[in-house]
Write a protein that binds this ligand. Structure first.
Ligand code: URP
Ligand code: ZN
Ligand code: ZN
Length: 470
């Protein structure tokens, strides 16, 4: 069925313009004034609302086996919750166990994701190295549309990469025209600090941020950046939470290096006081890595986003319920790391970003959708309002409000890190490839509607890196 969205203000990364928009066969078929409704079309009145590209969350972990358990959100429930908040695509992570074949892990994740209600792509993590990893990275890039590879510089004795793996894998990414990404924390230092804290009798969640101070993140970010510089590779650093990693990115970008930075909605608005909560369940619900930081870091992160040194926002949606978090009741190092947020990212960014004047509506679209689409080679199919783009759209009521709560959210987790915050700016309608999946509080997500998004290597960003005069 055709859908005509009438009378809204279209907002993309460049322009805000009053216009109608016609959806046909899941794509944007026409944009213009006073479009005629085709026979039988459904007509949506968007008067007073904004029509924007749906959000792209470039960092999620649905049904991830991690730290002895599995995240509570699966690909259906997680993408459905995303649709309720205006997010229409995710880039999740295939994380092979050390020594596991990358292709085998990729097929497993592809199978899990078939139930997704919205479109999805994958970064694949490199957690070890040998000739087969080198070969399978090529297979993934050339035959399966995987154009970004992830490296965990933390989680020692599990999925951590040492410098040798980083150098080998970044080199391979460069050969392939793929983008290396890193979780930047010095895992050796974290491991040592954890042991020291436990020996001093600090076993509760308050030990978590103490074991992962900002310098641990800054060191790893700088190391990854310098490795990338020497090799001539581009680099994307996920979930920057600290002024120190932002400064490393800013310095590198000012020197002409192609480095991208992501920031999480949570790190922008939540501070480290959450770990001093005497209630274990509440404090443990905030245990994620890198941890929430002191307020000075939030100020720096907002400035980094405004200045364009950080280009994307994400959630690192990685949910564990209270009984899972209780595994670390007597030892904070055993609390599964991760928090949710996919449903709330857009409202949080609008409320604290646009309503405060930090971001314009067009900048909001850039940092929640378009920049991720461009960096990860999904553009202009995603992240755009051009004719021919997928009709992944959110109708946004800038005056609508809601109070975020685990009692009312659609995420399959028993806690919400934004609990009790009233945000102004809400998704009233969300379309995923033309299917209206969210209508004023009514979630009509379809299991299996989501499609895998192959992402070609050698997008314009990588070409620019190769052409750069060194
Ligand atoms: O604590 C987190 N962030 N858990 C998910 C895995 C990761 O590091 O991204
Ligand atoms: Zn991480
Ligand atoms: Zn993550």
């Amino acid at each position: 069925m055709d859908t005509l969205i009438r009378g809204g203000t279209l907002i993309d990364a460049e322009l805000s313009v009053r216009s109608d928009l016609l959806i046909r066969d899941g794509v944007i078929a026409a944009v213009g004034d006073n479009l005629e409704a085709p026979n039988g079309a459904q007509i949506i009145d968007a008067g007073g609302q904004y029509v924007m590209p749906g959000g792209i969350d470039p960092h999620t972990h649905m049904e991830l086996p991690f730290m002895g358990t599995v995240t509570s959100e699966d690909f259906y429930s997680g993408t459905a919750a995303g649709l309720a908040g205006g997010t229409t695509s995710i880039i999740d992570f295939v994380i092979p166990a050390p020594k596991q074949s990358l292709m085998e892990a990729f097929r497993t994740w592809r199978g899990w994701a078939e139930k997704a209600a919205a479109d999805y792509a994958f970064h694949v993590a490199v957690t070890w190295w040998d000739e087969s990893v080198h070969r399978e990275m090529g297979e993934l890039a050339h035959e399966h549309g995987v154009s970004s590879f992830k490296h965990f510089m933390a989680y020692k004795n599990a999925i951590m990469c040492d410098d040798e793996v980083l150098v080998n894998s970044f080199t391979r990414c460069l050969e392939l025209g793929a983008l290396p990404t890193v979780h930047a924390e010095n895992g050796e230092l974290v491991f040592r600090l954890q042991k020291q804290l436990l020996a001093r009798g600090i076993t509760g969640p308050e030990g978590h941020p103490l074991s992962r101070p900002p310098a641990v993140e800054g060191e790893a970010a700088n190391r990854a950046i310098r490795i990338a510089e020497v090799l001539g590779a581009p680099l994307y650093i996920v979930h920057n939470s600290a002024r120190q990693s932002l400064e490393a990115i800013t310095r590198a970008r000012n020197e002409g290096q192609r480095v991208f930075g992501e920031v999480l909605a949570g790190h922008l608005v939540i501070d480290d006081s959450v770990y001093r909560d005497a209630d274990f369940t509440r404090a443990a619900a905030h245990v994620m890595s890198p941890p929430f930081r002191a307020k000075e870091h939030q100020r720096a992160l907002w400035q980094g986003l405004q200045a364009g040194h950080l280009q994307t926002t994400a959630t690192d949606h990685c949910c564990f319920c209270a009984p899972q978090k209780a595994a670390g009741k007597d030892d904070f190092t055993k609390i599964p790391n991760g928090c949710g947020g996919i449903e709330d990212r857009l409202s949080v960014l609008w409320h604290y970003g646009v309503n405060s004047g930090r971001l314009t509506p067009n900048e909001f679209v850039k940092v929640t959708s378009t920049n991720a689409a461009q960096i990860f080679n999904l553009y202009p199919k995603k992240g755009s309002l051009r004719v021919g783009a997928d009709a992944d759209l959110v109708l946004w009521d800038p005056n609508g409000t809601r109070t975020i709560s685990a009692k009312t959210h659609h995420q399959n987790v028993d806690y919400n890190i934004f609990e009790g915050r009233t945000v102004q700016g809400i998704a009233t309608h969300t379309f995923t490839r033309g299917h209206l999946a969210w209508i004023n509080g009514d979630l009509r997500a379809q299991r299996g509607h989501g499609r895998y998004l192959p992402r070609p290597v050698n997008g314009s960003y990588y070409d620019a890196v190769r052409k750069r005069v060194r």
